[in-house]
Design a protein around this ligand. Sequence first.
Ligand SMILES: O=C(O)C1=C[C@@H](OP(=O)(O)O)[C@@H](O)[C@H](O)C1
Ligand SMILES: C=C(OP(=O)(O)O)C(=O)O
Length: 411
Amino acid sequence: MKYQVTATRTEINGCINLPASKSISNRVLIINALCYNPYVAKNLSDSDDTRVLEQALFSNSNKFDIGHAGTAMRFLTAFLSKIVGEWEITGSERMKQRPIGILVDALNELGARIEYIEKDGFPPLKIFGSHLKGKTLELDGSISSQYISALLLIAPTIENGLTLALKGEITSRSYIELTLKLMARFGIQYKWEGNTITVPEQNYLPGEFTVEADWSGASYWYQMLALAEKGEILLENLQIDSLQGDANIAGWFKQLGVQSTQKSDGILLSKSTSSLPAKLEFDFIENPDVAQTMACLCVAKKIPFYFSGLKTLKIKETDRIAALQNELKKFGATVTEPAHGELAWDGTIDASTAEKIPIIKTYHDHRMALAFAPMVLAGYNLDIEDPMVVTKSYPSFWEDLKQVGFAVKVL
Ligand SMILES: O=C(O)C1=C[C@@H](OP(=O)(O)O)[C@@H](O)[C@H](O)C1
Ligand SMILES: C=C(OP(=O)(O)O)C(=O)O
């Protein structure tokens, strides 16, 4: 199936009820399971990634298929390692290509027994859960912060707690901070000094919790407002003062003419008259999930860019570097990869590769659909292939677009 997306006007106005953060939801689900919390978290995400984790945690089976959900795969692997029993976790074909060896080695060192069912270093996994004993582990922090978060979440419940000595350049540090801040909300004490995080053995304190609106999902509305000629969007329940690292984008978008004003019921996005920068440079090491938003925005606005901190993009839902290069070419933009983890564009549009109605491939990656659809506000007509990929993080995206006046037609 394809969607044909068209902007019926160049102004957008409306109130958007954003999805809840799947990153927060999935951490709270694990914490609640670890402390038998009698309170169900409020405003849990309705995304696929949260649904699969919730289903696994409340299932009577010992075999789980978590589809495309990276956090569910990593967090559940750590969680099941300390639950006595035999478990199997698998996922989508892509999940079977996303590495998990660093986490598996760490858990095996703590006393679990995890075996690879197909290929060494990758899901699916067979887990023989047992009593884990904590120690100091050296861990490569440069591949995915999700391994670190997975270990931290179970750390207080392991005999003697856990100390992680992180090696290499730490990627997605804001997500490690998110994990620790949420653990602290449930009573956990920890120390983070230099590259060493120590979590003593202790009990999580059950309690009530409400999940925040999703800042990565908000990025598409910032992008739309930056592209629209006029308009105002209220992002309901979104808070500038957030646990999520992607709240950084409120600052980034100032230079792109989008103003964020905190209101009692959310953040009001409005247009300011500031002139656009001649070139944009961003480091995505803390914010990998908004790289596609910014790349599509720059091409639509014809702003040359140099992006760094993108090394982990090749092992996400798809190889996002290649996916961006392939699809932005359909707009005439040749985006280069000057070095591993970098993307650059000189602002040139090559008419010979620009397509009249680009048909955007989504590669099983929600963020390809979410980041490309807003480009229609720059005057393009687009077709988006396999548009329901958005349910991984933002199930109501197409409905929200229609609500503010976009035409979305099934082809
Ligand atoms: O912990 C999390 O909730 C996440 C961490 C990040 O992954 P990496 O640490 O693999 O970069 C991010 O890209 C992902 O969408 C969610
Ligand atoms: C990378 C993402 O998710 P995950 O790694 O949890 O599959 C994402 O949502 O952009």
